[in-house]
Design a protein around this ligand. Sequence first.
Ligand code: ACO
Length: 301
Amino acid sequence: MVDTTDEWIRTRTGIETRYIVEEGQNTSDLGTEAALNALKDANVSPKDVDVIIFATITGDVGFPSTAIFVQKNIEAFNASAFDIQAACTGFLYGMELADALICTGRAKTILLIGGETLSRITDFTDRNTCVLFGDGAGAAVLQPSDDDRGVLATFTKSDGRLYELLKMDGMGTKNPPTSRQYTEKMQYIQMEGRDVFKHAVTCMGDAAELILEKANLTYDDVDLLITHQANIRIIDATAKRIKIPADKVYINVHKYGNTSAASIPIAIDEARKTGRLQSDDVAVLVAFGGGFTWGSAAVRF
Ligand code: ACO
């Protein structure tokens, strides 16, 4: 489709495979499957969910939210359901909100989902972006804990001055779906890759350091660093910047590509299933994305 090579993609991005939805399959379908798996894993019934938060930039329709479709699919009719949009940092924005709702006693059981079908907003004639993105979803169930496990600290930040560097101009009300939108390819992700790279490394590094300070931890206390899986060079440069040993850094970008808001929950799930993340382990989660948005969390599992 574009002038590229497997070797270029592997060396510049670390990506080897990724998954793309089938026709007729939507973000809510991926989110529903992830949600049901998370509820089963947590032994929680859908009827006990108070809030469903869905982090995505590729919702099924303009409205209602994607969370609403998940609510319908899993029959969680005692819940309120809504989406949040913070690009690749969406899951951590959702975690901060969920933690606040639980800590203030406003909710007891929150289903937090990150899911994307980025293939639907990728221009497969643009080699700068089309080699990077994949589709997927992950989910977590958050509840109050009576021991020292759980969300230890969260941090989120954004800088709207830099939005031009990573954006999709179309599909909203500013540029409705006229022929101009399609001629100018506004329905696709546009990205200044080098600038995004530099900001991602700086912001994720700073966010990781800040969260340790907030949670009163040192790197020795951290069992696993899970960064947003954007690109192997971004992950490596972030780890190097904060001087955390490579064996404490979780990497699966080679399997899934960049799945935006889904990348952190997919990594958490995989790390738990493969034993990289065990009960009582402390993980630092850190992400960066369009907006720009960035954030971090320290979690004892
Ligand atoms: N195949 C072959 N050549 C390519 C491709 C490709 N797929 N894409 C770009 N090139 C070319 C460029 O055209 C350029 O050619 P030129 O020198 O003749 O102009 C050359 O490769 C080098 O381009 P750079 O942009 O300097 O390549 P770089 O080494 O920076 O890698 C990349 C590009 C991978 C996009 C990098 O900048 C990057 O990782 N940026 C971060 C982007 C990202 O991860 N975004 C995701 C969203 S944000 C987030 O999730 C954090």
